[in-house]
Design a protein around this ligand. Structure first.
Ligand code: UDX
Length: 436
């Protein structure tokens, strides 16, 4: 099938590559020429394992092309995916600027196009958006009604950054939210080669499934984090507790890793948008409120334990290891390293950071006095105290005995094997609190 994808970010690019891999002709559209140029040159516009190789493969097979001309891309395709950003506004509501302009332009392009066209919403949007906002805009601008000539669907994306290519090719499930049988059949055929479970529903339920999934995963993490603070006081280890809890097949061990909290482009934004929607509808959300509140406690808690253990952090050389919101990405959106760095700074510590991929992105937000090391070994030779905030594999392999200058390590991600640190004080979040 001929596919156009509006938006060349994580979702758009990896969806496009997965569809190219399964035998379709894909054109990627973006307003940012730099992103398209990267794809033309055979590289990903962002760091993501496996994406460069797939781009090269499908650029040379001819299955993947790029353009800034949305109209021509829509005209030359049968299905258009909207995969543009839906960031949070200051008040937590969803910013729909990009999806609205994409919908209008798609509608305009359809005015002169013959035959049936399907438009699929891939961006995460507040329940009701595809059917109540996007459909009317496309209808108005194209002059066609949803039905035989215009298919409308909402297919949420569940990929994880750092594993985006794998998740796009092997999703746990594909949710197809549409009111029309014909649209369902086309998309069912399109996704069949992914060999995953397919759920048919309506667009608004599909949108709610995405918010509900992300909110429940975020809830599991915040629950583990709250439990971890209790375990620390009781003198037991939350990882031992969660091992036992996760053995219950009704619960599963996933997303129960306690630590410095969740970050990224999805959990904070989607939980906030769902809370905002609930507020608008007059529905109280004590669970979702608590999920966010609890997530904000963790970075300060890590620093507070350090402050208490060290008897203050003034002028202490504090190295933050890991600036990306998780390993295998250069994404720093809502990274927990930022509140950790800010807390350290406010207590008078001399703060430095290291990340294998994300330093440049982090720099823009960092406290002005924070410095950065390109090489983590140099940072380790400089530091008095280490805060581990992102579990890059190279940090797990550090030979700590080479750094006698380091007095203590505070592990926010349960990354370091305690046996590998002999003469350094070591504390990992969720384990019994250290003696001051
Ligand atoms: C998430 C969802 O997993 C994905 O389905 C959705 O499409 C987008 O949001 P992502 O944000 O890429 O994906 O990363 P994920 O691996 O889910 O981790 C999110 C954050 O939670 C990270 O900061 C991670 O460190 C943290 N986390 C995750 C925990 O603190 N504990 C856990 O047990 C799991």
């Amino acid at each position: 099938m001929r596919i156009s994808i509006i938006g060349c970010g994580y979702v758009g690019l990896t969806t496009g590559l997965a569809l190219a891999e399964t035998g379709n002709q894909v054109v990627l559209v973006d307003v940012v020429e730099e992103k398209l140029r990267a794809v033309e040159e055979g590289r990903s516009p962002f760091y993501e394992p496996g994406v460069d190789e797939m781009i090269l493969k499908h650029r040379s097979s001819g299955a993947l092309s790029t353009t800034t001309d949305l109209g021509r891309a829509v005209e030359g395709s049968d299905i258009t995916f909207i995969a543009v950003g839906t960031p949070s506004r200051e008040d937590g509501s969803m910013d729909d600027t990009f999806i609205i302009s994409a919908a209008k332009e798609i509608g305009d392009a359809l005015k002169t196009k013959d035959g049936r066209h399907v438009v699929v919403m891939k961006s995460t949007v507040v329940p009701g958006t595809t059917w109540n906002t996007i459909r009317p805009l496309i209808e108005e601008n194209s002059g066609r009604k949803a039905g035989p000539l215009l298919g409308i669907a909402m297919c949420p994306e569940f990929l994880r950054e750092g594993a985006a290519m794998h998740d796009s090719l092997h999703p746990d499930r594909v949710v197809i939210g549409t009111m029309e049988d014909e649209t369902f059949e086309v998309l069912d055929r399109l996704f069949a080669p992914l060999d995953s479970r397919i759920l048919r529903t309506d667009p608004t339920t599909a949108e709610m499934i995405k918010y509900a999934s992300n909110s429940l995963l975020a809830t599991k993490i915040s629950f583990a984090n709250e439990l971890s603070r209790i375990c620390e006081r009781v003198g037991v280890d939350v990882y031992d507790v969660m091992e036992g809890v996760g053995m219950d097949s009704r619960i599963s061990p996933q997303f129960l890793r306690a630590g410095v909290g969740f970050g990224g482009s999805c959990f904070p934004k989607d939980v906030s948008a769902l809370r905002y929607l609930a507020r608008e509808k007059g529905v109280p959300t004590p669970i979702l409120d608590g999920v966010m509140e609890n997530n904000e406690i963790q970075p300060g808690h890590l620093v507070q334990v350090a402050e208490r253990t060290m008897g203050g952090l003034k002028d202490v050389k504090a190295l933050v290891l890991g600036l990306a919101f998780k390993p295998d990405t250069d994404d720093v959106r809502f990274t927990r390293s930022l509140p950790v760095a800010r807390h350290l700074s406010s207590l008078g510590a001399r703060v430095a950071g290291h990340d294998p991929k994300a330093t440049e992105n982090f720099r823009k937000e960092a406290p002005p006095e924070m410095s950065f090391f390109d090489d983590h070994e140099e940072g380790l030779s400089w530091a008095d105290v280490v805060f581990l905030v992102t579990e890059w594999p190279e940090y797990a392999a550090i030979e700590w005995e080479r750094y006698p200058n380091i007095r203590a390590i505070f592990d926010g991600r349960r990354t370091i094997e305690p046996a590998s640190v002999k003469d350094i004080a070591y504390w990992s979040m969720g384990s019994p609190l250290p003696e001051p």
